[in-house]
Design a protein around this ligand. Structure first.
Ligand code: BJW
Length: 244
């Protein structure tokens, strides 16, 4: 990676996008791999507002099971999450980590310039008062909102198909100002995240780190294929050796 970017000696402004592949080695399933979540659950049933309206108990159960997995002491941030937190801590330029993941492994690794664009598993949102509250245990279709007390109005604070991802303005501004865009552990199948590389590639360097070529792999200047716990610490070492 030509990290001194078109001859400029200023550290590049970085935007990093992560997906389920970065958490795979922490023991969490991806979506579209052979053993992924979409092999066992129908997207229409568990990841759309219409599915939730049809069968809230099924959808709450799907997210309760994933919340329980996140509470498993064996599920911990891995070397890739930790390396990104270290990069953020030492980076002399602008830095933003945008994750599609609803798990909290980046947060637990220490990342703070972080946007969860598809929401957070450990939070709930009230359909009546719109408050977003901590929900690290099970939710049922009868659960009451801790803010307004309404029963039966809480939904997982996640972004389903057909819904607008979160903080898109802040993400757009960071993409506009970025010199280096890195995509890690995502299949590039879901928009708008899958379109970020196209938004920036005319003026920023672009790098993919993924187990296998993603759908948009050909759009990146460089692609490295392998496990995130190997590739990401190596990338971070390179960047900090040059600019840290
Ligand atoms: C490893 C690894 C290891 C494994 N190391 N790598 C037609 C065309 C274009 C768009 C659309 C269209 N029809 C509809 C749309 C829009 C739709 C969409 O994109 N649909 C596509 C299916 C085509 N998108 C939306 O509806 C979004 N909203 C929207 O567009 O609003 C309008 C808008 C307009 C303008 C601007 C902005 C917005 C909302 C999308 C919501 C996605 N929600 C989910 C569920 C969230 C809650 C939950 O977790 O349950 O988000 S779906 C699911 O997919 C989840 C993920 O965040 C997302 C992406 O998946 P990800 O992370 O890429 O995982 P995988 O499994 O796909 O890939 C893992 C990768 O890792 C693989 O490549 C592996 O090889 C790799 N890997 N192990 C490194 N150890």
């Amino acid at each position: 990676m030509d990290a001194d970017l078109r001859g400029d000696m200023k550290p590049p402004n970085i935007v990093i996008l992560t997906g389920a592949g970065i958490s795979q080695e922490s023991g969490l399933h991806t979506f579209r791999d052979g053993d992924g979540l979409w092999a066992k659950h129908r997207i229409e049933d568990v990841a759309t507002p219409e599915g939730f309206a049809r069968n809230p108990a099924l959808v709450q159960g799907f997210y309760n099971a994933r919340r329980a997995q996140l509470r498993d002491p064996a599920v911990q941030p891995n070397a890739a999450h930790q390396a990104l937190a270290e990069l953020e801590a030492h980076w002399p330029g602008e830095f933003l980590l945008v994750t599609q993941n609803i798990d909290n492994l980046h947060d637990r690794a220490g990342s703070s310039r972080l946007i969860h664009m598809h929401g957070e598993l450990a939070k709930a949102r009230c359909l009546r008062c719109h408050a977003v509250t901590v929900a690290d245990g099970d939710l049922t279709p009868e659960s009451a909102c801790p803010e307004c007390g309404a029963a039966g109005k809480l939904r997982p604070h996640v972004v389903w198909f057909g819904e607008m991802p979160l903080q898109m303005e802040r993400i757009g501004a960071a993409l506009d100002a970025c010199d280096l865009f890195v995509s890690i552990g995502t299949s590039g199948a879901v928009y708008p995240a899958a379109g970020f590389v196209q938004e920036v590639r005319h003026r920023a360097d672009t790098l993919e780190l993924n187990l296998e070529p993603s759908e948009g792999s050909h759009l990146f200047d460089e692609a490295r294929h392998g496990h995130a716990t190997q590739l990401v610490p190596g990338f971070v070492r390179e960047m900090l050796a040059k600019w840290g």
